[in-house]
Design a protein around this ligand. Structure first.
Ligand SMILES: Nc1ncnc2c1ncn2[C@@H]1O[C@H](COP(=O)(O)OP(=O)(O)O)[C@@H](O)[C@H]1O
Ligand SMILES: [Mg+2]
Length: 138
């Protein structure tokens, strides 16, 4: 599925579309350069799942946890990961193989730990306010 967000104001409806497209798959991998809009889209997804807490990149903790209306949500940012052992040490499996939603920024850092099935989301900057968003079921 290919979507274009011409403004961040469109992200709430795009987030709902992405959640229905996923048909119950709960692991989402986000690809895109720094500043592409991964965290911003994840914030919209969390809000669409009912999170009222602030959603910000878990830079220092690697993972943030939010509570949605019906689901727990884990938000990972692996940007600062030095090696995959750090993900093993933080017990990533407990999160990935729980029934919670997992939104993962910088999955490139854990190439050997990716689950078999997930939703991949690729964000490209078109201009200051516009983003192309490509969503695939893997
Ligand atoms: N359509 C859009 N979708 C997502 N972000 C957008 C959009 N238009 C502008 N932006 C801005 O781009 C920036 C994206 O930053 P962020 O989400 O932190 O990127 P990343 O997590 O990919 O590094 C934010 O300042 C956001 O407001
Ligand atoms: Mg980010």
């Amino acid at each position: 599925m290919l979507l274009t967000a011409n403004s961040t104001t469109q992200l709430p409806s795009i987030a709902s579309e992405i959640i229905s497209f996923a048909r119950g798959i709960r692991i989402f991998l986000f690809y895109g350069d720094m500043g592409a809009g991964k965290t911003t889209l994840i914030k919209a997804l969390c809000e669409s799942l009912g999170t009222t807490e602030p959603v910000t990149s878990p830079t220092f903790s690697i993972v943030n946890e939010y509570i949605g209306t019906k689901n727990r949500i884990y938000h990972f940012d692996f940007y600062r990961l030095k090696n995959q052992t750090e993900a093993l040490d933080m017990g990533y499996e407990e999160y990935f193989y729980s029934d919670a939603y997992c939104f993962i920024e910088w999955p490139e850092k854990i190439p050997d730990l990716l689950p078999a099935n997930y939703i991949s989301i690729n964000i490209k900057v078109l201009d200051d306010n516009s983003r192309q968003i490509i969503i695939k079921q893997i």
